[in-house]
Design a protein around this ligand. Structure first.
Ligand SMILES: [Zn+2]
Length: 116
């Protein structure tokens, strides 16, 4: 993904979870024992069974934590956002996510600075 500014929602993250789970864990399966491999494959299958538009809470329940659907603001640190703007160069976790309140504050400050 190129340099971009894009919306991100919990639903978007949930919709990507099954594919990303497989992409992340498939190359690692050989490193795990039989039980862990079965668990990882089972989680992937359950995520896939949720279909293309899963409820984020259902994804969290299958994975056992909220890390695959949660969105936090890189500025104020709020970690329970339903949506945010994501900015960065590659669509990876290193990209910056900013909530509406912080975006609005930044735009207001920019507006005052430019008008001054
Ligand atoms: Zn914020």
């Amino acid at each position: 993904m190129s340099n971009s500014i894009r919306p991100v929602t919990r639903r978007m993250r949930a919709a990507a979870a099954a594919k990303q789970w497989t992409l992340q864990y498939r190359p690692l399966l050989a490193n795990y024992d039989k039980d862990r491999r079965a668990q990882i494959i089972g989680v992937g299958a359950k995520l896939a069974d949720l279909g293309p538009s899963p409820d984020p809470d259902a994804v969290d329940a299958i994975i056992g934590n909220t890390s695959w659907t949660s969105i936090s603001c890189s500025v104020c640190g709020c970690d329970s956002l339903e949506h945010a703007i994501e900015m960065g160069t590659d669509g990876e976790d290193g990209d910056v996510r900013i909530c509406e309140a912080c975006l609005a504050e930044g735009l207001a400050k920019l507006g005052k600075a430019v008008a001054a």
